[in-house]
Design a protein. Structure first.
Length: 183
């Protein structure tokens, strides 16, 4: 909406970019996905730990990953793509979405992936088996899960916001509000 992507693409700096949906759009997709299931539907929430550090830099490109502070003779080398690299979000989203597609077919579940946050739609009776299967598959392909953020709920958290799917609202979670009040 800001027009930034069109400016960058018009100058010929990059040929591809990603456009992220709004949180409200993601919550609506989750709500629609839940409506396809029975009333016992739940969402399995997982977050990939250090998402952009999963992609190694090609050996051919490593020479471009050296940094030196002005006035310093010390060189620093990055072995993985830094968060700020233009292409790292695009590469991560492609790889992670492929992994999630395989999981969806294998487990017969629906999934919405938002960068490194995933929401799998399951039912209460299968949620535990799906949860364990997803974590084991992620581990097998090298995606580490942020288990302290994992959960199974009918009201998921997306990017730190609490989504109330029944009424399509997005709020700041109570624990974050309490932390703000304590400041």
């Amino acid at each position: 909406r800001s027009g930034l992507n069109s400016l960058v693409k018009a100058k010929g700096h990059i040929l591809e970019t990603i456009c992220l949906p709004t949180l409200r759009a993601v919550a609506l997709l989750l709500w629609l996905a839940l409506s396809w299931f029975s009333s016992d539907a739940v969402i399995i929430e997982l977050d990939a730990a250090e998402a952009f550090k999963h992609l190694r830099v090609s050996v051919l490109d490593e020479e471009f990953m050296y940094n030196c502070a002005p006035g310093s003779k010390t060189l620093y080398r990055h072995l993985r793509l830094a968060f700020g690299c233009i292409s790292s979000p695009l590469w991560w989203v492609r790889a992670f979405s492929c992994i999630n597609r395989i999981l969806c077919v294998a487990l017969q579940v629906k999934c919405i992936a938002y960068i490194d946050d995933t929401s799998f739609i399951s039912n209460r009776s299968s949620a535990f088996e799906h949860f364990v299967s997803i974590i084991l598959f992620y581990s097998a392909v090298g995606v580490l899960s942020e288990l302290r953020k994992a959960g199974v709920s009918p009201s998921p958290r997306l990017l730190g916001f609490q989504c109330h799917l029944a009424n399509q609202q997005i709020d700041i979670p109570a624990d974050k509000l309490a932390g703000i009040v304590e400041l």
